[in-house]
Design a protein around this ligand. Structure first.
Ligand code: NAD
Length: 506
């Protein structure tokens, strides 16, 4: 047994899912660890019949769950948070093994799940509607928020469990069951999370059966969720390519969709920037997680006067970045998820070169030690302008560097990409930072000052516009996407006045 399989096996055993992770069917999903490329488990995909049955079970659970008082629903999520706290080390380790994230990021992902559970528990007593002034005497208007229905979650490989929790914690307190199609690259962490949910539900006592359903499988299983009329909301996280298919398909049946798609996030470094902060913020956001976060910094837009200095400092920091086994203490950059990610990275680097880019780094490392894994040195590419390659999201650690002279040009470059997820400025000039945050500043869903583009907290709404899909998840009032709104007008008078002064008397 390989090292990654040896490490994964006892974890799967403790989650009680080892048997499910040892499927023998010919079409089983093969889970491999990006650490060494070795197989760590096999999970049977659901058949279309099983998928339909699980969606039906969730639908039946909805009919019961929607009438349970929201604070009581919050109790289930509180218990889920407790299970996650107890299993944090094991689940964090499994995330690292299955995705190749460094240990602290695997643990951080589980912490994010715990945080959103805490948030959702509080929210379960705050699903507020408004009372609205009525124009008619003796009338009152209000709005009520009601459970929506089955929430389908489709998730990406790079946050294999946190994305489920952002959706599930809110959906559950809002009165909805969840049916989850995890990434085909990360079925084992999904099994573990489902097991934790079941533990929480057992402690809760009278949760309806079927509140959380798992649909392991590939894209075709995702399509079943997308097309099912029983699924009221499809929350899909992944590439823009996926969202372009999913969005119109759900719209065709008038379902609700929440899309969290690709990003092409930029950092602007202005002349007054604190360069120490900027270098730290950029290196974490550009090279951390081996460039495999939706919020990874992919573009650096630096004032011409600072460009050489900043490049030197970044290159020095990149040269010191420890690339290697993500489970080892001290490693900061783990592997790419698979060979396809490596090939896409190399193709982007060659294309950037052909467009006038000067590439440093980007080469494969540790190939002898890990012939079946894909470790790279993060790349920095100085570009003469924002070319087609720069405008695409390549899901790997490539930082394109562009220069600007006038502040307005920096904003224009930052916005001149199809995606609109995250952005940041390093500047101590309040005019610039406010302009960056203004209506005609950054067009992204996330705009930061003096911190990088990645590492969002759960308290804010998360997501972005344009080809990032427009969805918002997690904090603030993102919960409203998981409920339906009813406007109620109540007449407590003895008259029946019509709105807008309309008269209709027979
Ligand atoms: P992907 O698009 O290949 O797959 C994502 C999920 O969608 C998988 O579960 C896959 O099976 C499913 N899927 C693919 N095509 C489908 C279809 N036609 N119908 C239904 N389901 C379908 O993405 P990936 O490689 O796993 O993840 C990386 C991408 O995800 C990057 O583009 C990254 O920016 C994005 N991402 C975005 C966010 C965000 O919150 N905005 C978060 C994480 C990842």
């Amino acid at each position: 047994m390989t090292r990654s399989a040896q490490l994964a096996t006892p974890l799967l055993e403790r989650f009680g899912v080892l048997a499910q992770a040892r499927a023998t069917a010919a079409d089983a999903l093969r889970a491999t660890s990006p650490i060494d490329g070795a197989e760590i488990g096999r999970v049977a995909p659901v058949t279309p019949e099983q998928a339909a049955e699980r969606i039906q079970r969730a639908r039946a659970a909805f009919l019961a769950w929607r009438t349970v008082p929201a604070p009581r629903r919050g109790e289930l999520v509180r218990l889920l948070g407790e299970e996650l706290r107890a299993a944090k080390d094991d689940l964090g380790a499994l995330v690292s093994i299955e995705t190749g994230k460094i240990r602290s990021e695997g643990l951080g992902e589980v912490q994010e799940m715990i945080d959103i559970c805490d948030f959702a528990v509080g929210l379960s007593r705050q699903l507020y509607g408004l009372t609205i002034a009525s124009e008619r005497p003796g009338h009152r208007m209000m709005e009520s928020w009601h459970p929506l229905g089955v929430v389908g979650v489709i998730s990406a490989f790079n946050f294999p469990v946190a994305v489920w929790s952002w959706n599930a914690a809110l959906a559950l307190v809002c009165g909805n069951p969840v049916v989850w199609k995890p990434s085909e690259k990360t079925p084992l962490t999904a099994l573990a999370v489902q097991a934790l949910f079941e533990r929480a539900a057992a402690r809760f006592g009278d949760a309806p059966e079927g509140l959380s359903q798992l649909l392991p499988g590939g894209r075709e299983v995702g399509e079943l969720l997308v097309d099912s009329p029983e699924v009221a909301l499809v929350s899909a996280t992944g590439s823009t390519r996926m969202g372009r298919e999913v969005g119109p398909r759900v719209a065709r049946r008038f379902g609700r969709v929440l899309l969290e798609l690709g990003g092409n996030n930029a950092v602007i470094v202005a002349p007054t920037a604190d360069l120490d902060l900027a270098v730290r913020g950029i290196v974490f956001a550009a090279a951390g997680t081996a460039g495999q976060r939706c919020t990874t910094t992919r573009r650096l837009i630096v004032h011409r006067s600072l460009a050489d200095t900043l490049m030197q400092r970044l290159q020095a920091a990149y040269a010191r970045l420890p690339v290697g086994d993500p489970l080892e203490d001290g490693t900061l950059v783990g592997p790419l998820v698979d060979q396809a990610a490596f090939d896409a990275m190399q193709a982007a680097l060659r294309a950037a070169e052909a467009q006038g880019g000067q590439v440093s780094g980007g080469e494969r490392v540790l190939a002898q030690q890990y012939p079946d894994a894909w470790y790279v040195r993060p790349a920095i590419v100085r570009m003469p302008r924002q070319t087609d390659t720069v405008r695409q999201e390549t899901f790997a650690p490539i930082l394109y560097v562009l220069e600007y002279e006038h502040f307005e040009d920096a904003i224009a470059l930052q916005n001149d990409v199809p995606q609109g997820l995250s952005s940041a400025i390093f500047s101590n000039d309040v005019r610039e930072t406010e302009a960056f945050l203004a209506a005609d500043g950054s067009d992204c869903g996330i705009a930061n000052v003096n911190i990088g583009t990645s590492g969002a907290e759960i308290g804010g709404a998360f997501g972005g516009d344009k080809e990032t899909g427009g969805g918002r998840e997690s904090g603030s009032d993102a919960w409203k996407a998981y409920m339906r709104r009813a406007t109620n007008t109540i007449n407590y008078s003895r008259e029946l006045p019509l709105a807008q002064g309309v008269r209709f008397e027979v």
